[in-house]
Design a protein around this ligand. Structure first.
Ligand code: GLY
Length: 334
């Protein structure tokens, strides 16, 4: 079992990664908690035993559950059950569950402890780590939320075998990103070691920049195009698949700007292709629409902003011209 500490002063916490990590729940519960509100979705085939009085609360299925109404419903159910500020919420699931349960924990009684038991690859290498919680509004994704660090995260790699193959592969898209954030030999590692290496890399970014005023933004490598593809929402892409295309795109863009060479572009193809992830834009994309969506940033009149690789490593690069952004989309046309 790997144990990675997230060093955030009094908000520090451990992340346990390995087969059977969910069975360590009792030992990571906050001292004094007498009740555990387990938040999950009915489709998640993972159960936990908190070792104290517990009750299971179900969110609706899918991304639709990531809405403010779910947070209100959960908090009302917690109140009816009698959850107190000194008790604990335990989120069991992927990013939807940890985001909604984490946000409910952040606001219930002005903040109650939460432990994340992350059951998806995407969640284990990203969503469950670092304390970002959020729900969507009709106006956009993740627009309402809070930074609320969990008191522990359990990444049980046994639960990954319960994932539909496409969800697992989607997680590999988020994992591929870490190959460019300093994690070496990622494809050669056993899954437990690969997850732990990604967690350690993420922890390094989060602990130096908890609220994303700087370096943490580099975790969004590949995400500018990915978010645009997801926002357009016509392409049947899972998040990690969109990130995979976004990584290839970011490599081409950096190449056109003279920031990286052909070998480094080829390395992006090697990593993304090695995981069996898509490398090309889906059929029928409208480049102008993607440029418009990527440019919805207030800085767009002076060009677009991307995380790009370069001689000094990953950097946030602003002022990339719309023409170059559009031309690079053609490099990836399906
Ligand atoms: N998903 C990026 C972050 O947690 O900062």
């Amino acid at each position: 079992m790997h144990e990675i500490k997230v060093p955030l002063g009094e908000r520090s916490y451990p992340v346990l990664v390995g087969a059977g990590a969910r069975h360590r729940l009792l030992e990571v519960l906050p001292i004094g908690a007498t009740r555990a509100a387990i938040v999950t979705q009915a489709s998640i085939p993972v159960t936990v035993d908190a070792g104290i009085e517990q009750q299971v609360f179900y969110l609706d299925e899918g991304e639709e559950a990531k809405e403010l109404a779910s947070v209100e419903a959960l908090c009302r159910d917690f109140a009816v059950w009698g959850l107190r500020r000194t008790d604990v919420v335990v989120a069991v699931g992927g990013g939807v569950v940890t985001d909604v349960a984490g946000f409910a924990a952040a606001v219930y009684h002005r903040g109650v402890a939460v432990v994340h038991v992350s059951t998806t690859l995407l969640g284990q290498v990203d969503a469950a780590i670092g304390g970002k919680t959020a729900v969507n509004l009709p106006e956009g994704k993740n627009l309402v939320g809070a930074f609320w660090q969990p008191s522990a995260v359990l990444c049980d790699t046994e639960t990954l075998s319960t994932l539909p193959p496409r969800d697992y592969r989607s997680g590999l898209g988020e994992m591929a990103k870490y190959a460019f954030l300093g994690v070496r030999n990622l494809p050669d590692l056993a899954i437990e070691d690969a997850v732990a290496a990604c967690v350690a890399a993420k922890v390094d970014f989060v602990s130096g920049d908890e609220r994303e005023s700087g370096r943490r933004a580099l975790l969004n490598y590949g995400h500018t195009l990915a978010h645009a593809l997801e926002t357009v929402d016509r392409y049947d892409l899972h998040h990690g698949e969109a990130v995979a295309i976004g990584l290839i795109y970011a490599a081409h863009l950096a190449r056109r700007l003279g920031r990286i060479d052909d070998d480094w572009v080829a390395e992006h193809y090697r990593i993304v292709g090695g995981y069996g992830l898509p490398e090309r834009l889906p059929e029928g994309v409208d480049p102008d629409e993607l440029v418009r969506v990527m440019g919805r940033d207030k800085k767009a009149t002076h060009g677009l902003t991307f995380v790009l690789d370069g001689p000094a490593g990953l950097e946030v690069v602003s002022g990339v011209s719309q023409d170059l952004v559009r031309a690079t989309l053609n490099d990836l046309a399906g």
